[in-house]
Write a protein that binds this ligand. Structure first.
Ligand SMILES: [Zn+2]
Length: 196
């Protein structure tokens, strides 16, 4: 009983968060009405159609995680989803798979935005990074080439945004994107076309 009581208290704390008080399902259904969050560009060249194979909190490898997997051919141009400064890159790996040790094999780019949130672009191909640490990049600028490095079963781009929620906790955030359907939270197992 005491445990239940404390669980309930924690639930109340959670309910005080702004965006995080909404479940992913509610965000996808447009229940988050007063949404002034930044609208990202899909991280691909304008007009490209991409398939979202895993969405926020899907059960295969995003259980409880607000991150996205776009299924794309190896070598697809990745563009910055939002302007910022490149804070870290890696491009020397050519290994990938679903073994635990593959977790350390991923190539990536991290870009910090002006609200101090960061976008993480994962699984890039070997030597597939087109920017350097310290570069300022514009939204839509080509930054890398996709691949299959790291913990990855097939060529795809894993994209996530980390930032602070309304209570200051650093966490993965669900973000809106410009698509052919307007600015929306993406649902898995659908095709989306870039718009910016
Ligand atoms: Zn992923």
């Amino acid at each position: 009983m005491r445990f239940l009581f404390f669980s309930y208290l924690c639930f109340l704390c959670l309910a005080l968060h702004a965006q995080s008080r909404y479940t992913t399902r509610q965000l996808l259904n447009g229940r988050f009405k007063n949404d002034s969050s930044y609208i990202y560009s899909l991280p691909f060249e304008t007009g490209k159609k991409v398939f979202l194979i895993q969405g926020y909190e899907t059960i295969f490898s995003h259980k409880g995680e607000r991150s996205l997997d776009f299924k794309i051919r190896k070598g697809t141009t990745i563009c910055a989803a939002r302007a910022g400064v490149v804070t870290a890159v890696r491009q020397d790996s050519d290994k990938g798979g679903l073994k635990p040790e593959n977790l350390a094999d991923g190539n990536y780019i991290i870009i910090q935005h002006n609200d101090s949130s960061t976008a993480w672009y994962w699984h890039l191909k070997k030597n597939g990074v087109l920017v350097q640490e310290g570069d300022s990049v514009q939204e839509g600028q080509p930054i890398g080439l996709s691949g299959n490095t790291g913990f990855s079963a097939f060529p795809h781009l894993h994209f996530e945004v980390q930032g602070r929620d309304a209570t200051g906790n650093y966490t993965r955030l669900a973000t809106r994107f410009y698509t052919q359907h307007g600015p929306i939270y993406l649902s898995p197992l659908r095709f989306y076309r870039t718009r910016r």
